[in-house]
Design a protein around this ligand. Sequence first.
Ligand code: MG
Length: 324
Amino acid sequence: MNRPMLPEKMRGSAGIIRLHGHRGARGVLPENTLIGFRNTFEIGVQVVETDIMVTADGVPVLTHNPRLMAAATRGPDGSWLTQDSKPIVQMTHDNLQQFDVGGLRDGTGYAARYPDQAFLSGIRIPDLAQLATLLQSPEHADAFLNIEIKSNPDHPDDAPPIPRLVAPVLAVINAAGIADRVLLQSFDWRVLSEIARQAPQIPLSYLTYETRAYPTMAVNVIDGSLWLDGASIADHNGSIPQVVSNLGGAVWSPYFQDLTSQTLAEAHALGLAVNVWTVNETADINRMIDLGVDGITTDYPARAQRCLLAKGQSWREDITPPPA
Ligand code: MG
């Protein structure tokens, strides 16, 4: 099948597993912030993963949830939001700039999950154009983006109609001249179909999450659901890699606990790269390295670097393990 190829520096190979800093490096710096992205690049990780929502005035901004999270957001007067904000899609870019997303609120479950995250103040939600500018600087000439476009078929009002969600993202990518340094991903495969129509040269990553008790999040690989945009897993002998391959995906991105050595081998045989998310515990990172995935998305990129080096492997060709 004719499909856009991943840039070589995003492809795994013998002894090389690519690291993707999840939301920058959520474990240690506020998520989806320029300081998090910069820090991830500066420790030598070449790929940052980020999330896109589009504002009421059509600006792609880098933030994960459809609403600003009360646990992570302070208002213009410096006080914590008492509840999640109204939908970002109903807010303008200027509105959003009034909020501070530099820290997690003590006492919340979210803060408890990331006890090592730096607490900063005066941190604004970046827009995609700012991150693209970072890539244009000579010091980040070998940096790449794994951009997740957020869309939820169960909550269609949380995003613009899909063509208007995709178009401004592509406009920023094209204006910055970084189309050959991005991978676009989504759980909502309608988004990926739309990207394939508007920008058929950009490689796509099909995110999947299968049924399990924890974490509690929307399962997208269900035949007949809007998530799959009409694709049928049953029609492909129950094989998700086959579906992704047939759709022209460059990458299959399963939840790491969903991946088996069989499905990994099947994906590789089909020419797909396999990026797993979001792998944070050392034992899990090591297990994914041993399985031989192509990419690991993690909130702790430095931890994953150490795991790779300890196994005599790396995440990039120009960094090799130290002597024992
Ligand atoms: Mg994401």
